[in-house]
Ligand binder design. Structure first.
Ligand SMILES: C[S@@+](CC[C@H](N)C(=O)[O-])C[C@H]1O[C@@H](n2cnc3c(N)ncnc32)[C@H](O)[C@@H]1O
Ligand code: SF4
Length: 434
């Protein structure tokens, strides 16, 4: 939802050129199931839609390829929504389409989202929404009621995963930062591209590095003081030629650790053309060295030294050294020893049921192909502290079809990612079903 209430295809339409409807005059369900959205879905299944115009996400189909088919039964309401509080910004990122001097605000209203429109949309769509991305173009927290909106969402629909990205520069004082932290919001990203004022301001023009860092620090401190496990606080650092030196990146790592943010991640970009980092181009050793710390590579990797989740898992079957044997549909119990080999605890419980860590057993074929990723789950009895180990029994229900299988054991941060995605080793045990 753009700040004027029009609904578009998420961040793919910064200029609001292809509205699906208008939440000021229509219900969300009328827009979601209306003729524009419905024809778009069926046209795309048919190979393309004129509605898409010059959308940069459009990819040509190869002559021999049939258009990929998606189900047309999409229910009455969406499960995910971006909410743009405003398209206005207090700084001016170099050549960004949202920069006030050159960008989208020259072609559409940058004003503030009407609170009543917001409330109507959330009241209607809240029950079906799984996630709200509370940002789009512009700086969300320039809206005077943005924090109240976060509180509204999490008070009325605590099941919604609420996420925002901010430049961290619009908070009037640290009380506002504390209020956001205590709103129940699940995840907050601070966009801070640099570890020194000079390099930071080359992209974040007119940005105040000291203020952004002070607000990041206030957020981390507020979370600690409140004893909360949410929000998860990210420092997201876009790599450019002017901020990608080993010294500056090491400085950011040390600062992130000292401030106590949950995650520091590098973002690789391809724009602006004259700024994006050349040090980390695909295929380089430098990229390989940080591959688990890149924002889009996985959801857990962390550039703070030691903070990337890493576990050592050893699994012992009923007969030491032999495969696990079970009758089809029968039970077998193995014992797993898990050691936390990172510098961050593995939480056994979490607010709203996300980011708690459990042991998962994935059912695989004999060649390792995953048959069922979510085959079994085992809870950790307690938060597993850095360096600590625990031993847990895992009961497995054998598949109905006899044969040779493999069980792959890995930890999973629920709702986020498997540890394997950020390089943590897994353990495999053969399962023979008779
Ligand atoms: C358009 S901004 C809006 C939110 C907020 N104003 C901010 O800067 O975080 C949304 C996201 O785009 C990212 N972004 C900005 N410039 C980018 C670039 N050149 N390449 C990749 N991502 C960029 C920001 O870091 C942010 O996470
Ligand atoms: S701070 Fe965010 S909204 Fe503002 S110009 Fe930069 S990327 Fe765009």
């Amino acid at each position: 939802m753009l700040c004027d209430g029009r609904m578009v295809c998420g961040c793919a339409d910064p200029y609001g050129k292809r509205p699906l409807g208008d939440a000021v005059i229509d219900t969300v369900s009328a827009i979601w199931t209306g003729s524009t959205a419905s024809s778009l879905r069926s046209d795309i299944n048919g190979g393309g839609s004129r509605f898409c115009g010059d959308c940069p996400l459009k990819l040509p189909l190869k002559k021999e390829d049939a258009p990929p088919q998606r189900g047309l039964d999409v229910g009455g309401l969406p499960s995910r929504l971006y909410i743009e509080c405003t398209a206005a910004c207090n700084i001016s990122c170099a050549q960004a389409c949202c920069a006030p001097e050159t960008g989208i605000t020259r072609t559409r209203q940058a004003g503030m989202l009407d609170f009543e429109v917001f409330r109507r949309v959330i009241d209607e769509a809240g029950p079906s929404l799984v996630r709200v991305d509370f940002f789009n173009y512009g700086e969300t927290f320039l809206h005077k009621r943005a924090i109240e909106m976060c509180e509204y969402i999490k008070t009325h629909f605590p099941h919604i995963y609420l996420y925002t990205s901010t430049n961290g520069l619009a908070f009037k004082d640290h009380d506002q930062v504390r209020r956001l932290v205590c709103s129940g919001i699940d995840e907050v990203t601070f966009s801070i591209d640099g570890a020194t004022p000079g390099s930071y301001a080359k992209y974040r023009q007119r940005g105040d590095f000291g203020k952004a860092i002070a607000n990041l620090r206030a957020a981390a401190a507020a979370k600690r003081a409140a004893g909360r496990d949410v929000p998860f606080i990210n420092w997201r650092y876009i790599l450019f030629t002017h901020n990608d030196s080993p010294d500056e990146m090491s400085l950011a790592q040390a600062m992130a650790d000292e401030i106590g943010v949950d995650r520091l991640c590098w973002e690789l970009t391809d724009h602006p053309e004259d700024m994006f980092s050349r040090r980390f181009l695909p295929g380089t050793e430098a990229l390989s060295a940080i591959r688990h710390q890149v924002w889009d590579a996985n959801n857990l990797g962390n550039a703070i030294p030691g903070a990337t989740p890493r576990a050592e898992i050893a699994v012992q079957g009923p007969l030491p050294g032999l495969p696990v044997l079970a009758r089809r549909g029968g039970k077998a119990t193995v014992r797993a020893s898990i050691r936390n080999a990172s510098t961050r605890p593995f939480p056994a419980q979490a607010s709203y049921g996300r980011r708690l860590v459990r042991l998962g057993a994935q059912l695989c074929g004999p060649d390792g192909t995953v048959i069922n990723r979510d085959y079994e789950r085992t809870w950790l009895p307690d938060t597993l502290q850095p360096g600590a180990a625990v031993s847990v029994p895992v009961t497995i229900t054998a598949p109905a079809i006899p044969g040779r299988y493999a069980l792959k054991f890995d930890l999973v941060s629920e709702g986020i990612d498997w540890f394997e995605a950020c390089g943590s080793p897994t353990t495999t045990k053969t399962l023979i079903v008779i």
